[in-house]
Design a protein around this ligand. Structure first.
Ligand SMILES: O=C(O)CCC(=O)C(=O)O
Ligand SMILES: [Fe+2]
Length: 286
């Protein structure tokens, strides 16, 4: 792809810190209408072939047009690298006047990778208003691996974001970010088309890195997220480690005091520190 259509390093740093990026109204109203028709027709109900190149899926169809918009393609390639693979898609119809959608979870809970990740792409073909049960996201939760739905009892986490948006909005989410659909108290169904893609390459410098030395990046990576509380330092280290993995930086220590001056070798297990499963995993060296 032309590098002008890829994300820059500042935006990728924000993705690494928060675990998601949001783009409002990137899909035209006409394409949203077409997408809604395609969804309701049932033609998209079945999975396609898991592991196929994404470029081979939905050719000559509305969804193909949407996911091949230059802007959308550029974001996908920036986060996953070229030629990502299709994992699955799903139509989430959150019916009018339905409760019981408090279901905080992580899609990538069985994922054994330490740094590589899949991308969830959540496309809303219709407006989502305040009481329609828009997707709830917990920024900065993607470094905490959890088992199945054990987090679903957590409510009102400081800084949580519940989506309210216009038709054509897309969220791009790290597959370990904690998220949930919510109860729909409105009289209208809420529609969400989700696709999960996997990288076909190691996710290193897959975006436009012309601004890699931009001074704005370090404060983004070492920003604190209120709900991390006492774990802020560890979470910043996790954030910086993912940044270092994705920029291919294998120096052995943080170079500047601002990034805590900590020797990585002294803290070999901080990534996914909440996961029992991570106890027997060997960390990749970054
Ligand atoms: O219904 C929602 O907003 C969330 C759906 C979800 O969990 C997913 O697509 O992975
Ligand atoms: Fe999910």
């Amino acid at each position: 792809m032309d590098k002008k259509d890829l994300l820059n390093s500042v935006t990728v740093a924000k993705f690494i810190r928060d675990g998601y990026l949001r783009y409002d109204e990137v899909v035209s109203k006409e394409l949203c209408q077409e997408a809604k028709k395609a969804i309701l027709s049932g033609e998209l109900n079945a999975y396609d072939h898991v592991g196929s190149p994404f470029s081979s899926i939905w050719n000559n169809s509305t969804m193909g047009k949407i996911f091949r918009l230059t802007k959308v393609k550029g974001i996908i390639e920036s986060l996953l690298g070229p030629d990502p693979q299709y994992d699955h898609h799903y139509i989430h119809t959150n019916k009018a006047h339905t409760k019981g959608k408090a279901n905080l979870h992580q899609d990538g809970d069985y994922d054994t990778r330490n740094y590589g990740f899949d991308l969830l792409i959540l496309f809303y073909p219709e407006d989502v208003t305040e009481n329609m049960g828009g997707t709830l996201l917990i920024p900065g939760s993607h470094f905490r691996k959890i088992n199945s739905n054990i987090i679903k009892r957590y409510q009102h986490i400081v800084g949580q974001q519940q989506l309210i948006c216009k038709a054509g909005t897309i969220l791009f989410i790290h597959s370990n970010l904690w998220h949930s659909g919510r109860s729909n108290h409105s009289g209208k169904d809420r529609l969400l088309f989700k696709v999960r893609l996997s990288p076909a390459v190691k996710q290193v410098r897959t975006w436009n890195t012309d601004d890699i030395d931009n001074a704005a990046i370090q404060p983004i990576l070492s920003d604190s997220i209120a709900w991390h509380g006492e774990h802020q330092r560890l979470e910043i280290i996790n954030t910086v480690r993912l940044w270092r993995y994705m920029t291919g930086d294998s120096t052995s220590e943080f170079k500047t005091k601002k990034l805590w001056g900590t020797k990585l070798a002294d803290i070999p297990k901080v990534i996914y520190q909440d996961s029992l499963r991570s106890m027997d995993m060997t960390d990749e060296t970054v």
